[in-house]
Design a protein around this ligand. Structure first.
Ligand SMILES: *[C@@H]1O[C@H](CO)[C@@H](O)[C@H](O)[C@H]1NC(C)=O
Ligand SMILES: *[C@@H]1O[C@H](CO)[C@@H](O)[C@H](O)[C@H]1NC(C)=O
Ligand SMILES: *[C@@H]1O[C@H](CO)[C@@H](O)[C@H](O)[C@H]1NC(C)=O
Ligand SMILES: *[C@@H]1O[C@H](CO)[C@@H](O)[C@H](O)[C@H]1NC(C)=O
Ligand SMILES: *[C@@H]1O[C@H](CO)[C@@H](O)[C@H](O)[C@H]1NC(C)=O
Ligand SMILES: *[C@@H]1O[C@H](CO)[C@@H](O)[C@H](O)[C@H]1NC(C)=O
Ligand SMILES: *[C@@H]1O[C@H](CO)[C@@H](O)[C@H](O)[C@H]1NC(C)=O
Ligand SMILES: *[C@@H]1O[C@H](CO)[C@@H](O)[C@H](O)[C@H]1NC(C)=O
Length: 550
């Protein structure tokens, strides 16, 4: 009976406060939400490629009047959602947002060059999109979650009120291409309607999806030589604002009059006109009646699209906030005398939270209840919100508060910030960054010296101790990375305070993104340590030469 309760307690600890299933890499849905919130609350990361809305990661920014050789990353990110989603088979429960699009970049139906200034146009918008996401890739965010996040960030940048779409997480990436079937401009209304119906969208939703997607962006004459008036022909007069201008211009014939897929000379290519007119403009008229009705229709249909996933996938019920308070980063460490140090950064946003305090308040929870001592962080530091030369503040000012405590009570199991946000802490076992090291001699295949601390009362030699390195590898036929694991053999090294330190060496086969290490003992799992913590980013205690004394 005692053992049973111990196991339950341990299980609750390693799964965090909300007991959740873990993916193949031991990551919970809560951790996935948190990873995305951390990106959203770090100016200059995931918002960077779409800020401002006209920005492009590749070549010159698009301008009005439109130019050849210019792209709009936000429009590409919106388009990628559509191209991944539309080949879903809703009744079979296959396809949808699963990043299978990564394997389908060469298909004519996924046409869309990226215009690199002056160079031959090399790659598809799909590859450019995923390569953009890869800048921020980690084990916590699948490429298919990034595709959904890309829509959310594009809307945050392009939509005047910077509304956050309801974003769930937990999408799992396909490992092969999916079926063909993206409708093309020259396809009949029957073909388009059937493709949308197969993906689960009825006629109303089809019209909404097309009109919403075409509120930003353009048709490039290089992609569709027979469509448009040359260069990049915008769908509406405000291609850098997500708004109802396009549907109004379509109805009243002003401005771009609905864009090239309504007005182009060759009627075969007037796919938007056929789709919008398919219910005698009733859906478009309802959307055009106000900015609010346009956005409500769009957010609803976009949410349906990003939530269309294979039936084997369970999306989170919780949504990406970002919440008013989170921990941006935190980690445990062990001093040379065996003292446990816990440090990190607390983060808040000022939007809807106008009175941001000078310092943050937090407390620790123990297995026996809340520790009554209240702690105060260092003074908050407002982060620069200048991104690509413009102010990016979809969440208001972002403030970070650092903290650094020596934990004398190994009974601590959680931290609660501002009575608002709680994260679990596992003091039973953890990677020790200041005693770990990355050997930089081969950056492509780095070798890590890993030290982990296990409470001596739990450690009985190496039995059951399992260290794992998680790293990003390349895969054939898609630029999307795939996360793989290597086992780290661990041997007992020395004792330090209440802990036994274990030592292991592991070489990473290939470098294609960020790497993490964790350690498991039976059903216990440590926090995942980012390997860039090793070798001096925070501590710098060890070098290759003094690893044996560290
Ligand atoms: C996209 O990248 C994949 C994987 O490298 C490659 O196989 C494919 O040919 C690329 N397609 C384009 C159009 O660049
Ligand atoms: C499509 O589905 C939506 C949402 O269920 C519904 O409001 C709308 O009336 C439907 N449209 C058609 C043409 O069936
Ligand atoms: C734009 O592209 C078209 C088609 O390639 C070309 O004919 C035209 O000269 C280009 N215009 C500019 C300004 O580069
Ligand atoms: C047509 O729609 C545009 C975009 O909403 C608006 O600016 C313009 O005033 C409208 N024109 C007419 C004649 O209604
Ligand atoms: C319009 O485009 C279609 C498909 O490419 C082509 O068969 C047709 O001849 C074109 N019509 C005209 C009038 O150019
Ligand atoms: C729908 O709107 C388009 C563009 O303004 C117009 O050409 C078409 O005639 C309209 N359809 C109906 C049934 O009024
Ligand atoms: C934590 O915040 C401080 C103060 O803004 C900053 O100097 C430090 O780089 C931050 N650390 C991390 C890991 O974000
Ligand atoms: C935390 O404080 C300890 C003791 O002063 C120090 O050794 C350590 O470097 C600090 N950690 C961070 C991340 O500032």
């Amino acid at each position: 009976m005692m053992l049973f309760f111990t196991l339950i307690t341990l299980l609750l600890q390693f799964r965090g406060l909300n007991c959740q299933a873990l993916d193949a890499n031991g990551v919970s849905l809560d951790e996935k939400i948190l990873a995305i919130e951390r990106l959203l609350l770090t100016p200059g990361t995931i918002m960077f490629p779409v800020t401002p809305c006209s920005f492009t990661l590749d070549g010159p920014q698009q301008t009005i009047p439109a130019q050849n050789g210019s792209d709009q990353t936000a429009a590409q990110w919106v388009r990628t959602v559509f191209h991944d989603f539309i080949t879903a088979d809703a009744s079979a429960g296959t396809g949808g947002l699963d990043a299978s699009i990564g394997f389908e970049a060469d298909r004519p139906e996924n046409l869309g060059l990226v215009f690199n200034a002056g160079t031959p146009d090399e790659t598809s918008f799909i590859n450019a999109t995923i390569i953009g996401f890869n800048l921020f890739s980690s084990i916590f965010i699948s490429t298919s979650d990034f595709i959904a996040l890309g829509l959310a960030t594009s809307l945050l940048s392009c939509e005047p009120d910077a509304r956050m779409i309801q974003l769930k997480v937990g999408r799992i990436d396909a490992t092969v291409a999916g079926p063909t079937g993206v409708p093309r401009p020259e396809d009949s209304l029957e073909i388009a309607t059937a493709a949308f119906a197969k993906a689960g969208l009825n006629q109303t939703e089809m019209i909404q999806a097309v009109a919403c997607g075409h509120s930003v962006g353009a048709v490039h004459i290089l992609d569709q030589p027979t469509v448009g008036d040359g260069g990049a022909d915008h769908f509406d007069s405000t291609p850098f604002v997500f708004d109802a201008v396009g549907v109004n211009e379509y109805l009243n014939g002003s401005g771009q009059a609905g864009g090239p897929l309504v007005t182009t000379q060759n009627k075969t290519f007037r796919s938007d006109l056929r789709i919008f007119n398919s219910d005698s403009n009733a859906t478009i008229k309802a959307m055009a009646s106000s900015t609010q009705s346009f956005e409500d229709a769009c957010f609803t249909v976009f949410e349906k699209m990003i939530n269309t996933v294979p039936k084997t996938v369970t999306l989170s019920t919780d949504l990406v906030g970002p919440r008013p308070w989170i921990l941006m980063e935190s980690h445990l460490d062990l001093s040379s005398t065996g003292a446990v140090q816990y440090s990190g950064n607390i983060t808040t946003k000022s939007r809807f939270n106008p009175s941001v305090p000078t310092t943050a308040t937090y407390g620790y929870g123990t297995s026996g209840g809340e520790d009554p001592v209240s702690h105060t962080s260092d003074a908050g530091v407002v982060q620069s919100n200048l991104v690509n030369g413009v102010i990016s503040d979809p969440f208001g000012d972002i403030t970070q508060y650092s903290f650094n405590d020596t934990l004398t009570n190994t009974d601590i199991t959680s931290i609660t910030v501002q009575n608002s946000y709680t994260e679990s802490i596992n003091l039973n076992l953890f990677v020790v960054p200041s005693q770990s090291f990355m050997n930089p001699t081969n950056v492509q295949q780095p070798t890590y010296v890993v030290r982990v601390a296990v409470l001596s009362t739990l450690a009985s030699g190496e039995t059951g101790l399992q260290g794992t390195l998680y790293y990003a590898a390349t895969q054939p036929n898609s630029v999307s990375p795939v996360y793989k694991q290597v086992n780290i053999p661990l041997t007992s090294y020395k004792t330090s305070g209440a802990y036994t330190i274990f030592h292991g060496v592991v070489t990473q086969p290939v470098t294609a993104g960020t790497s993490h290490i964790d350690v498991q003992l039976g059903s216990q799992r440590s926090a995942k340590a980012l390997v860039s913590l090793f070798g001096g980013r925070f501590f710098g205690l060890c070098s290759n030469a003094d690893m044996t004394t560290c």
